[in-house]
Write a protein that binds this ligand. Sequence first.
Ligand SMILES: [Zn+2]
Length: 279
Amino acid sequence: MQPIEVWKAIPGYEGMYEVSDMGRVRGTDRTRTRINRWGREESFRVRGKVLKNSLSNVGYYRVSLHKNDGSGGIQAFVHHLVMLAFVGNRPQDMKHIRHLNGNPLDNRLDNLVYGTPSENAYDRVRHGTFRTRYADKTHCDEGHPYVFSHAKGYRHCPVCVKEREAERCKQSAIRFREFVYNTESEVWLPVVGYEGLYSVSDQGRVRSERRGVVMSPGIRGCTPYIIICVGGKQRQKPISHLVAEAFLGASPATQRISHFNGDSVDNRAENISVSNKRR
Ligand SMILES: [Zn+2]
């Protein structure tokens, strides 16, 4: 026979959220309010449902709670909520919540008890989970699982790395759109290999000689590029490479092209640095 799941209101969030003795959290059917874009308050119905847990970086489940007016949004550990609702506030000297069977994701009331720091440390030794704080970390601060990178030799979060990279490129695209070229004493040279067809300037602009216009560049990742079209074939060329070839005599196939100020959208000749690739 299935035991009956008992639900109790979460203190401070009565009428909004409940937690069960099985370690689940649910929102109740309720009316919430928000300020609409005309500055007026409007209400909307929210259907109650069991909340999804997210895994915190310290290896416990947590949920996000919001009050009906949108205020008081918090991230709460599920085991805290279970104890708060079923047992009450933790006693002064009992700073920890012990997971008796050693599974930090098992938030059934039966598995939880308030404990002192020393009891908690003892549990961790007993369960074989007593390690340093860093070694304990299985997830990043956003709750994504760490992945061991053999190339890097350490663990990292590929999701966050990707997100940071995407954000960096977004910022680059904005800077590139707003980049101010000094066109007063701009110097133009033929694009190496495309003489008479395309020119590139010391400001990092590219001109089509056939059409007599400055071309509009694109940006891919954080790298501004131009599409060069010859004999019906299109080639996507990083602008930094064209500048390096024309103004610095570099050969991007064998040399490393980078930017002195670290900004990949600043392709002025004076900002381009050429070095030999490491073997
Ligand atoms: Zn992450």
